[in-house]
Structure formats: C-alpha cells, structure tokens
Design a protein around this ligand. Structure first.
Ligand code: HEC
Length: 155
C-alpha cells in the first residue's frame, strides 16, 4: 500500500514537472494533430490539381491558349482564348473556330463552370459548340479545374 502511494506520488510529480518543463512542444503537437488542414493549404492543393488536369490531362490549353507565330504557347496570354488552327474534314454542325478566354472564367460563377464541366451543358441550358468536348468530369475534378482557372483571374 505504502509502495503504491509512493509510486503514485512519483508519477504525479513526473507529470507535473514534465508539464511545466515541456509545455510548448506538447501543446503544439496536440494542436497539429487535431487541426484540419488550413483553408489556404487545401485550396493550394486544389489549384495545383486543377492546373495538372488543365495542362496535362484534359489539354484545355490546346484550344484555349494562343500560340506565338512560331507555334509555341504564348506564356503571356495563357488560356486567354485562341482562334483554332484546325478545321473538320467534313462539315460538323455548329462548329466554331474560336475558343474563348477561360483564364479567370469571365462571366461564369464557380457553380456554373463546375456544372458545365460535369454535364457539358452551358448556363443557358445548351451544350457548347464543337469542338469543345462535352466533359463529364466528377465533381472533385471539376472543382479543381475551376479553382485553377479562377485563380488565373487574380493575377
Ligand atoms: C478541342 C478544343 C477544346 C478543348 C480541348 C477545350 N475547349 Fe473549351 N471551348 C472550345 C471551343 C471551340 C469553345 C467555344 C464553344 C462555343 O462558343 O459554343 C469552348 C468554350 C469553353 C467555355 C465557354 C467559354 C465562354 O466564354 O462561354 C469554357 C468555360 C471552356 N471551353 C472550358 C474548357 C476547359 C476547362 C477545358 C479543359 C478541361 C476545355 N474548355 C477544353 C474548345 C475546346
């Protein structure tokens, strides 16, 4: 019994002293463990993913980014709209040869743009004209693409 009491006193004393000796690191790790990622960190990750989808997967740049006279993408006018360099071999109804500016997504709310990429349908209820592909993205991908394109408007 006596040994138990002494044992308890020692444990309490160690915890007590430990608390005052190392309050900061302990407090910080507990905080870090519990805190969700900050809004900034998660929106940066979303924008990065959107950039990857736009530039590497869906290739929006191929149509929407203008090129210099020598054929490279014009870095200064990234995704600022372009006249297409190609035409259909056979007539395609409603074909349009201008891909408008999508940097900043002018005229679109986030939700409208997300819906467009999920359904292929524009806010006016109609599909966009070819050769704009009628994407059927999942919501996560559409959100990422829109976050990236919107971020280009804030430069
Ligand atoms: C093969 C060429 C092509 C590709 C690839 C392409 N687009 Fe388009 N996009 C177009 C054309 C052409 C239009 C114009 C359609 C119209 O006027 O009806 C358009 C229109 C749009 C519009 C409507 C713009 C407005 O002012 O109303 C948005 C938004 C858009 N594209 C986003 C994207 C995104 C995001 C991607 C990639 C995920 C993409 N496009 C890939 C050709 C393309």
């Amino acid at each position: 019994m006596r040994a138990l009491k002494i044992g308890l006193v020692v444990v309490v004393a160690v915890l007590f002293v430990g608390h005052f000796l190392f309050p900061r690191p302990l407090a910080q790790t507990a905080e870090q463990r519990n805190s969700a990622p900050t809004a900034d960190a998660s929106s940066t990750a979303l924008i990065e993913r959107g950039k990857y989808l736009v530039e590497r997967v869906a290739m929006c740049i191929d149509c929407h980014s203008p090129r210099t006279p020598t054929g490279e993408f014009d870095q200064k006018r990234w995704l600022q709209g372009s006249v297409l360099d190609f035409a259909p071999r056979h007539p395609i109804p409603n074909w349009t040869d201008v891909a408008p500016a999508i940097a900043g997504l002018p005229g679109y709310t986030e939700e409208e743009a997300i819906r467009l990429l999920e359904t292929g349908i524009a806010p006016n209820g109609k599909p966009l004209r070819p050769p704009m592909p009628p994407y059927r993205m999942n919501r996560e991908d559409a959100r990422a693409v829109v976050a990236y394109l919107k971020s280009l408007g804030k430069r």
